[in-house]
Design a protein around this ligand. Structure first.
Ligand SMILES: [Zn+2]
Ligand SMILES: [Zn+2]
Length: 146
């Protein structure tokens, strides 16, 4: 289990590799992520299509098994103004395992920055596909909703 670099991209075997990539990316962004949560559909499936709007700060996922659409974290508050755009991997596929990471305010449990980590289920590419400054409130509540 380790991240491997091929060309410009990183590839990994599972959520721990996606977490390592969020860790690296978020440190470079000066707001290191310290808490993480993987997305699971209400049906139990863990592979999704993903859309996001970084400007507005909202993301939604669509389960590839049952089709359930879920607004991630606090996205329900912003969904009306969001212009969602789909994510496609460099390999052309659009199915991902999702791992969310958050940075917190000092001495607080409140979300300060949100990182949306993905692992392509076709080619195993891992990356932070979107991130934004996020006043998401309590990290436990926020991450329970990703
Ligand atoms: Zn589902
Ligand atoms: Zn891919």
């Amino acid at each position: 289990m380790a991240l491997k670099k091929k060309g410009r991209y990183w590839y990994g075997d599972g959520p721990e590799d996606t977490q390592a990539e969020i860790h690296r990316y978020s440190k470079a962004n000066k707001y290191p992520a310290t808490r993480f949560a993987a997305s699971a559909c209400i049906c139990g499936h863990r592979v999704f299509g993903l859309e996001s709007d970084e400007e507005t700060g909202a993301a939604r996922r669509t389960c590839t098994a049952c089709g359930n659409v879920h607004l991630m974290g606090d996205a329900a508050e912003y969904a009306d103004e969001a212009e969602f755009e789909g994510h496609e991997c460099v390999c052309g596929e659009e199915s991902f395992e999702l791992l969310s990471g958050v940075a917190l305010y000092a001495e607080s449990n409140d979300v300060r920055w949100y990182y949306l980590g993905c692992r392509c289920t076709s080619c195993s590419l891992v990356g932070v596909f979107a991130d934004w400054k996020c006043e998401g409130g309590d990290a436990g509540v926020f991450l329970a909703a990703v």
